[in-house]
Design a protein around this ligand. Structure first.
Ligand code: AMP
Ligand code: GLY
Length: 421
């Protein structure tokens, strides 16, 4: 099997690794210079070039990592060209690319989520704010690379964020519509649903750490680290399948856009049960970096089950133990951040290093992104994986100015009824 992985970050490095043992060729496009030390990479400048490349190189399967190519319709183009692809259709991808679409879908099909309104002007949103208490959440409708969600603590702060979106157009088209929603208290967990549109299998739970600083403080980021499995979420599994997974797959079929691929559920476990914070139309980053190494079932078999519409016959086998991933981010991230800092890897490194945002200059790897490296370890306990990773960081792997959380995997997952934000 020849596999082309689309994307350039840590998630795509992890996906390529997961294919490496069973595929004949794994190529990542565009990848990055770190991924290129382990896998072939290729730059393809347009979707048409992707199709041409697949036909020329005999690619059997394209696996799309990020949401952007899905939003642009790459999956549909590949399928039309007769190329097998794991990635939701553009229509199904709306479950991530339009938060308004996702919220209205959940409302229509009674899927538990935060109470919300959708507004398409500053005036309307100011009026709607009267029906919410603080904190509440203001979200841009469209894709905003993690910058579209604001938990606001006062009317003044809500006005500031809404004016930025509607008047200053801080998020461009993504902020033409906003969702105002109730703030949910609880703890967050992620779940991936592998589905052919009708049948599904859920993975183990994982947990991202979205905020920049220890103790879940500071601004939201693309994700500062993750671990899996999350045993405390298992008590909610059957409820989640019954109230969220089955209804959302049915909803997508009823709306004429069955979801085929990997659906990401971002969930809040509240004292009233599990509620959906967001859906994504792809694997999470950095969750993929901890889920994929735990899978015993090969990624090619999972993809074949999706493509052959036989997910009902798929069995997911998991390794014993836990996997932890700590993200090393550039100084300044998630705002403007430093670049081109030399990366060091020294003897004695035990963790696995995944390359997220790096490039090569004069034969040396340097940082080239907000999230630069992922330091990953799979062990029989979270404590052991943490010990290995944190012993390595700074000593055996790192770069100048790196920022990282010291508390990845330490969550207690208790519902904090009076959580301070
Ligand atoms: P989203 O992009 O919608 O997943 O939002 C990013 C992050 O904002 C989530 O991971 C949560 O930590 C937080 N968040 C979003 N919506 C809510 C909500 N209704 N209540 C509490 N926190 C939220
Ligand atoms: N880890 C969050 C995301 O991939 O969207």
């Amino acid at each position: 099997m020849n596999v082309l992985v689309i994307g350039s970050g840590g998630r795509e490095h992890a996906i390529a690794n997961a294919f490496a043992s069973s595929a004949d060729r794994v190529i990542v496009s565009p990848g990055n210079d770190g991924i290129a030390m382990f896998h072939q990479t290729v730059t393809l400048d347009s979707h048409e070039e992707v199709v041409q490349y697949c036909l020329q190189e005999g690619i059997d399967l394209v696996f799309i990592g990020p949401e952007q190519p899905i939003a642009e319709g790459l999956s549909d183009l590949l399928r039309l060209s007769g190329i097998a692809c794991i990635g939701a259709s553009q229509a199904a991808g709306r479950i991530e690319t339009s938060k308004g679409f996702a919220k209205e879908l959940m409302q229509k099909y009674h899927i538990p989520t935060a109470r919300f309104v959708i507004a398409d002007s500053l005036e309307q949103s100011i009026e709607e704010l009267q029906n919410f208490s603080y904190p509440c959440v203001v979200k841009a409708d469209g894709l905003a690379a993690g910058k579209g969600v604001h938990i606001v603590e006062s009317h003044a702060q809500a006005l500031e964020e809404l004016s930025a979106m509607f008047i200053d157009k801080s998020l461009g088209h993504a902020g033409n519509k906003v969702i105002i929603e109730e703030y949910l208290k609880g703890w967050e967990v992620s779940l991936f649903v592998i589905t052919d549109g009708d049948n599904y299998r859920c993975t183990v739970f994982s947990q991202d750490h979205k905020q920049l600083l220890d103790g879940d403080l500071g601004p939201n980021t693309g994700g500062m680290g993750a671990y899996a499995p999350v045993q405390s979420a298992e008590a909610y599994r059957s409820e989640i399948e019954d109230t969220i997974v089955k209804p959302v797959l049915q909803a997508m079929r009823s709306e004429g856009c069955p979801f085929e691929g990997i659906l990401y559920l971002g969930l809040m476990i509240t004292d009233l049960g599990a509620k959906v914070i967001e859906f994504n139309c792809r694997l999470g980053d950095p969750e993929a970096q901890v889920i994929l190494p735990l899978l015993k079932t090969g990624l090619p078999s999972i993809c074949q089950a999706i493509l052959n519409h036989q997910v009902d016959k798929l069995t997911l086998d998991w390794r014993e133990g836990y996997c932890v991933c700590v993200v090393l981010a550039a100084k300044g991230y998630p705002a403007q951040y430093e670049k081109e800092k030399p990366i060091w890897l020294r003897e004695g490194l035990i963790s696995e290093v995944i390359y997220a945002g790096v490039k090569e200059i004069d034969g040396s790897l340097v940082s080239n992104g907000g999230r630069v490296l992922n330091v990953v370890s799979g062990q029989d306990s979270i404590a052991k994986a943490r010990q290995i990773i944190y012993n390595d960081i700074g000593v055996a792997v790192g770069f100048e100015g790196m920022t990282y959380r010291k508390d990845i995997g330490l969550r207690t997952n208790k519902i904090l009824k009076d959580k301070q934000i």
